[in-house]
Design a protein around this ligand. Structure first.
Ligand SMILES: Nc1ncnc2c1ncn2[C@@H]1O[C@H](COP(=O)(O)OP(=O)(O)OP(=O)(O)O)[C@@H](O)[C@H]1O
Ligand SMILES: Cc1ncc(CO)c(N)n1
Ligand SMILES: [Mg+2]
Length: 573
């Protein structure tokens, strides 16, 4: 019988039926190196033509090939490996799912032995179904007999039997370190491992642990209900827990009442360390404990010693919480956070990420080579002065510059802008934008289409597009532009044959689009106020050329214009 078919039937049977199994399925016994060598070559016929493995015999042969390649130094690299023995959280904030994400984020491979399946979300735990003990044993055997696990991390171990099975597996397959997160109650208050496991935890698991990481409630339960409410209580607790046999103890103070820091107390048997981190104000703390323990395991797997591993893990959690404090997943009181620091961008327009902070459009400075020549300035100096006066974004619009000179200037301007936290866009020249890694481009209606520019630049760059009409504005939104430049508002000499759309035209464009808009064309000190007074919510600022760059002192003009704009529309700042 094909091995894979047997395996999937077993999983289906155990997780979906009600779990009594008459005879265990055939399980591959641990394979000795010699056996592997013997089976090499002999089983080639059990591979399908595509090379996919069809039977256990073939799996053995494939394993042997990999082992042999490793032995002969065939360029194979050992990967740091954590095995998590824990429960599944359907909401994926805690449990196995948090462990997988934490290890992946820390660059460590993570295999999984699932002890229980929970129906869980941001409201709480709606159901728990334990995986049969013999099947937990089978998963342990599968992973540990085959893979070179460095560190085992435990989470939800819902019955004394499972703890004993784990202990046996660890005796048979010793690993470098054991991290025990003694999960008992979820933050929502639901019981994940009852009092029946307390004794076996204390007697059978803690003595094997390199570190145990209880939260306040768990530490209290392990200590027979001792009250833990202050850091001094936590100091006593770590010492008492240490007497139960673990080499290190970390009592986590995520739930310490009335503390503005998140303080954890670490004890190595000799010294106590209070580990402080600023407490992040957020609802998204579901899974912090699992993540912390997995990160510790991951750092140990990479070869770290214990205190640095704990410190790195704590910083990782704090950073991820801070990054995720505004993401919204689920309706309940405790949300998950983002281990990969990728989700915290408001999503709009086909799920495209917003890459532009609309308030950057407030005072948008567009350079002009003719004006710089006239006043004898380098483009970098002009940009520096504009930013000094308060320009919030720069666009390099160099219509007659030679490519090589333009690129050199663009690179210097990038340094100027980035050291001052101001985005830099390039007008039209996508090649220059790519070459100097600018923050984005601005295109006109007859330049490269926004969609093509997006393909070339990728999702993370800003693309602005000039629009005179509501139709163009709607198209810009559909094409995935980040902002609209709308004008000319007033007559201007900077652009020849440019249609003036006036304040009415600007209003029509703003009302027809959800994108932020910057007004352009003939705007200066005398009329900026009138533009912003339109009070349109998506009109975020004005773009100026001559009002800054065709003046003797760019920074003074920028400063005055900034004041005018601030007075006109304090809410857009
Ligand atoms: N708001 C917060 N800001 C910063 N760090 C926090 C915050 N909440 C928890 N932590 C840290 O996260 C880690 C996990 O601690 P916590 O006490 O939350 O564990 P836990 O109760 O086991 O978590 P969970 O059961 O949700 O997985 C600790 O290092 C703790 O200090
Ligand atoms: C499955 C699982 N493990 C651990 C925790 C603790 O956060 C949880 N809520 N769910
Ligand atoms: Mg916990």
């Amino acid at each position: 019988m094909a091995f894979s078919a047997t395996l999937s039937c077993t999983v289906f049977f155990n997780l979906h039926k009600n779990r009594s199994r008459s005879s265990p399925p055939p399980h591959p016994p641990p394979i000795s190196r010699q056996e592997l060598r013997r089976s090499r070559g002999g089983s080639a016929s059990s591979r399908s033509r595509s090379g996919r493995i069809r039977s256990f015999g073939a799996m053995e042969a494939a394993t042997a090939e990999v082992a042999a390649a490793g032995e002969s130094g065939g360029g194979m690299a050992k990967v740091p490996h954590v095995l998590t023995v824990a429960g599944s959280d359907s909401g994926a904030g805690a449990g196995i799912q948090a462990d997988l994400k934490a290890c992946a984020a820390r660059g460590v491979y993570c295999s999984t032995v699932i002890t229980a399946v929970t129906a869980q979300n941001t409201v709480g735990v709606q159901g728990v179904d334990n995986v049969p003990e013999e099947f937990v044993a089978e998963q342990l055997e599968s992973v540990l007999s085959d893979m070179q696990v460095d560190v085992v991390k435990t989470g939800m171990l819902p019955s004394p039997g499972i703890v004993r099975i784990l202990r046996k597996s660890l005796n048979k397959f010793p690993v470098k370190a054991l991290v025990v997160d003694p999960v008992m109650v979820s933050t929502s208050g639901d019981v994940l491992a009852g009092p029946s496991v307390l004794d076996v935890f204390r007697e059978e698991l803690l003595p094997l642990a390199d570190i145990v990481t209880p939260n306040l409630k768990e530490a209290s339960a392990l200590l027979g209900g001792r009250q833990l409410e202050t850091i001094a209580d936590m100091h006593s607790a770590v010492k008492l827990l240490h007497q139960m046999g673990p080499r290190h103890v970390l009592v986590k103070g995520g739930d310490l009442p009335g503390s503005c820091d998140a303080v954890d107390v670490f004890f190595d048997g000799e010294r106590i360390h209070d580990l402080h981190a600023p407490r992040v104000k957020t609802r998204n703390t579901h899974g912090t404990g699992c993540t912390l323990a997995s990160c510790i395991a991951a750092e140990l797997a990479k070869g770290s010693s214990m205190l640095p591993a704990v410190q790195v893990a704590k910083r990782f959690v704090e950073n991820a919480l801070d990054y995720s404090k505004e993401i919204s997943i689920g309706k309940g009181p405790q949300g998950p956070f983002d281990h990969f620091l990728m989700l915290n961008r408001k999503v709009h327009n086909f799920g495209k990420k917003i890459v532009l902070d609309p308030s950057d459009l407030f005072l948008y400075a567009v350079t002009d080579s003719g004006m710089n020549r006239k006043w004898g300035r380098s483009i970098e100096d002009a940009v520096k002065a504009a930013i000094e006066g308060g320009a919030t974004i720069i666009q390099l619009r160099e219509k007659d510059a030679e490519t090589r000179n333009f690129l050199e200037a663009a690179k210097s301007c990038m340094e100027v802008c980035h050291s001052r936290g101001v985005p830099l866009l390039i007008n039209d020249r996508i090649d220059i934008a790519l070459a100097c890694d600018a923050d984005g481009i601005h295109v006109g209606q007859s330049d490269m289409p926004v969609r093509t520019a997006r393909t070339l630049l990728g999702p993370e760059k800003i693309i602005g597009v000039s629009c005179k009409t509501p139709e163009q504005a709607q198209q810009a939104y559909m094409d995935g532009a980040d902002y609209i430049g709308s004008g000319g508002i007033y007559p201007t000499n900077t652009k020849e044959n440019n249609l003036t759309i006036g304040l009415e035209g600007l209003k029509a464009v703003c009302l027809s689009s959800k994108l932020p808009v910057v007004a352009i064309g003939g705007i200066g000190m005398s009329n900026a106020h009138a533009v912003m007074e339109l009070g349109l919510p998506n009109l975020k600022g004005v773009a100026v050329v001559s009002a800054l760059f065709d003046r003797e002192c760019i920074s003074t003009e920028a400063r005055k214009l900034h004041e005018v704009l601030s007075g006109a529309a304090p809410e857009v700042k």
